[in-house]
Design a protein around this ligand. Structure first.
Ligand SMILES: Cc1cc2nc3c(=O)[nH]c(=O)nc-3n(C[C@H](O)[C@H](O)[C@H](O)COP(=O)(O)OP(=O)(O)OC[C@H]3O[C@@H](n4cnc5c(N)ncnc54)[C@H](O)[C@@H]3O)c2cc1C
Length: 173
């Protein structure tokens, strides 16, 4: 992820041997490390979203990474965790049921999970095809206009704008 013209965040996520994959990735991309200055190294455990995860036991609540609310596509958990915090604060203040109120957010998390399962079936050539299609200016504009937090409107509009995306429907099976 570029942060500026001279600064970028480079990383990988892996079920195991993350350092090995990271070093391999850097070598494969032929980054000229000698010209780079590593400002900071970060590593951390990333939970995986589990739809059956219980979020409440009496007056004890789970949210954020502890509840596995991490978007399965990007592995980002900051916004889902903050949204849960907002919902939970409202539930405690107004005596509402947290598990029920958090359901719409759960549906979004499930959609991310479904998309993730589709992506996991991709071969390199499919990724190349997707990147080529999404690199078109009309698609980039769409991505600028829509949040990725709620992928459904984005996916639907993308399909209408670029019918070639229908090629990927076969991965739904
Ligand atoms: C390298 C890396 C990069 C990431 N980049 C992004 C990104 O770009 N965008 C994004 O959305 N997400 C990103 N994430 C994920 C994001 O950091 C987490 O989803 C988010 O920080 C979760 O927030 P949280 O408050 O639930 O948990 P945490 O941030 O883990 O906070 C939990 C806190 O509880 C403390 N704690 C633990 N046990 C105890 C205890 N027994 N008593 C008291 N305190 C305790 C911990 O020290 C910690 O401070 C990244 C994660 C990693 C590892």
């Amino acid at each position: 992820m570029p942060e500026s013209k001279t600064k970028a965040r480079v990383g990988v996520a892996s079920r195991k041997d993350a350092k090995k994959w990271f070093d391999g990735f850097v070598q494969k991309q032929r980054f000229k490390w000698k010209e780079f200055k590593v400002k900071e190294m970060q590593a951390g455990v990333i939970p995986l979203y589990e739809p059956q995860q219980k979020l409440q036991q009496e007056n004890c609540y789970l949210l954020g990474d502890a509840s596995g609310f991490v978007k399965a596509i990007t592995l980002g958990g900051i916004i889902p965790g903050l949204k849960q915090a907002e919902i939970l604060a409202d539930c405690i203040t107004h005596n509402k049921d947290y598990e029920r109120e958090v359901k719409p957010l759960k549906r979004r998390m499930n959609l991310h999970l479904r998309l993730r399962r589709i992506f996991s079936k991709f071969e390199d050539k499919d990724w190349d095809k997707l990147v080529k299609i999404l690199g078109k200016p009309k698609m980039q504009k769409l991505f600028e206009q829509h949040t990725r937090e709620n992928p459904l409107p984005l996916v639907v509009k993308a399909l209408f704008r670029e019918p070639r995306l229908l090629y990927f429907v076969k991965f739904l099976v």
